[in-house]
Design a protein around this ligand. Sequence first.
Ligand code: PMP
Length: 387
Amino acid sequence: MNPFDQHLQAVLAERRLQHRYRQRREVSSAQGPVLTVDGRELVGFCSNDYLGLAAHPEMVDAMNAAARELGVGSGASHLVCGHSREHHELEHELAEYTGRERALLFSTGYMANLGAITALVGKGDAIWQDRLNHASMLDAGALSGARFGRFLHNDPQSLHSKMAGFTGNRQLVAVDGVFSMDGDLAPLPELAATVNDHNGWLMVDDAHGFGCLGATGAGSCEHFGLNQTDVPVMMGTLGKAIGSFGAFIAGSERLIESLIQLSRSYIYTTAMPPAVAAATRVGLRLAQTDSWRREHLDELIAHFRKGASELGYQLMGSPTPIQPIVIGADADAVALSEALRQRGFWVSAIRPPTVPEGSARLRVTLTAGHSVAQVDGLLAALKDVQP
Ligand code: PMP
């Protein structure tokens, strides 16, 4: 056998043995609370479509209209000839929404994190990250060539000791605004103060806060009342609460101009289709105007938390739509997810290495598209399958 085949066969066998074999399921309906999955209807509690916008008719119409006018493909990268009017307008609207001087679109959040971090730090600099940060920031840290260290989760003191001991050039600190697998918020005011004490820059990946948190949904910075000076680099994604696809970095004029010159994942990739940008613009408007979506979501979060803890499930302290139930062993989490699926509910089991060893969990996510009755249905199923 070829050494690659041999290696891959062993890797796959090991994954199966550890109950860590990942499988995709085929969805043949639009995103929403009820999905057709492998030909069967399930009530889904695992999407990041937090505001329930992914299939909104106005977004669909905007996408159709823009595709008819502007076509499907963007044709090239932004710096060649792929930067359309729709991208341009969307960037303006993102800057306005986030209260930043400018915003820059990236094709995905993964690429935004990669592009921003590797442009800002390199050899001689430091990048400090919360140990529970998303994989895209961790990968960017490793790729940057800067000294890369991880501090204890949500612990400004742990960050302080890293920063105080560094004698090189620039120090960038990067955290998730809302942690994707725990649902908790980073203590941004304390972190911003620590970073400021050491003359560094704070970057917040607000993939799960943007659209959900803050009075107007502008995200975790708005929630804590922090501006561009406190958080010079803000990243947000458009494929979650905004219901579309893509991501952005928002910050100063100087930051954005520098990213255009330096970010390899911005420069060397095809721009998102202009029709996606057109649909996103509508999503962005709905996220701001439909405040009832955030209000309904908050009610569902409180309702779910009360019901699940009354059943004796171990929840985390999350105030966000991400409501993980910690199970522990990988096999138990998978078995529970399967038992829920048999009862008509789709909740994914998240296992290491995505979460720390021994903390496999059901990652329940709520969306504004859910009804109280659907959440009650999930709670009844959770009661039924209780170990
Ligand atoms: N950051 C965080 C915290 C995320 O959860 C995700 C997506 N799961 C990303 C970045 C990447 O965003 P995208 O899916 O747009 O690549």
